[in-house]
Ligand binder design. Structure first.
Ligand SMILES: *[C@@H]1O[C@H](CO)[C@@H](O)[C@H](O)[C@H]1NC(C)=O
Length: 164
């Protein structure tokens, strides 16, 4: 019987996008659940603006870089790349900067505009979008939003190299 650690790398090579998304979504939810567990249940963020700012800051300076590095190196390992640090080296800063524009926005809107009972769904959706972007960056992009537009533009004009 095939074990998951044999099946997974094979699936990751054959279906990189869905597998990556699944993995990331799992890690993302696990992280959020763990955080709530450690805090002893969902906190009332509305009454603690300082705590929110600290959380945003911590996520961007500690959590974000760790998660990004784990993602790029982990994916390279699963896909059996020769240099498992290559994607990390080439794309980390771009991706980090994109995340820096995205996540604080998501978190602050989460805490200030989104009603409590919608927050899980809202951050889940934002996490899903981010996961899609990460997987794209690992496969075909370079961590910038611009690379997404270039990619789809090329598709539209029929994969011709950009003319200058
Ligand atoms: C959104 O808010 C909920 C609780 O109000 C919190 O548990 C969750 O961590 C927040 N999500 C993000 C990404 O900050």
């Amino acid at each position: 019987m095939a074990s998951w650690w044999r099946v997974f790398p094979r699936a990751a090579r054959r279906y990189p996008w869905p597998t990556n998304l699944l993995l990331y979504a799992g890690l993302f939810s696990a992280g959020d659940a763990l955080q709530q567990q450690l805090r002893g249940g969902p906190a009332d963020w509305r009454r603690a603006p300082r705590t929110v700012l600290v959380k945003v800051l911590c996520d961007q300076t500690v959590g974000g870089p760790i998660a990004l590095s784990a993602f790029y190196v982990g994916m390279d390992i699963l896909q059996g790349k020769d240099d498992i640090f290559l994607d990390l080296k080439q794309k980390f800063w771009n991706t980090y900067k994109t995340g820096l524009m995205y996540w604080p926005f998501v978190q602050l809107t989460n805490f200030s505009l989104v009603p409590v009972h919608w927050r899980t769904a809202y951050t889940g959706l934002c996490g899903f979008l981010w996961a899609t972007f990460l997987c794209f960056s690992q496969q075909s992009g370079d961590g910038t939003v611009k690379s997404v537009f270039i990619f789809f533009h090329r598709k539209e004009v029929g994969d011709r190299p950009p003319e200058k």
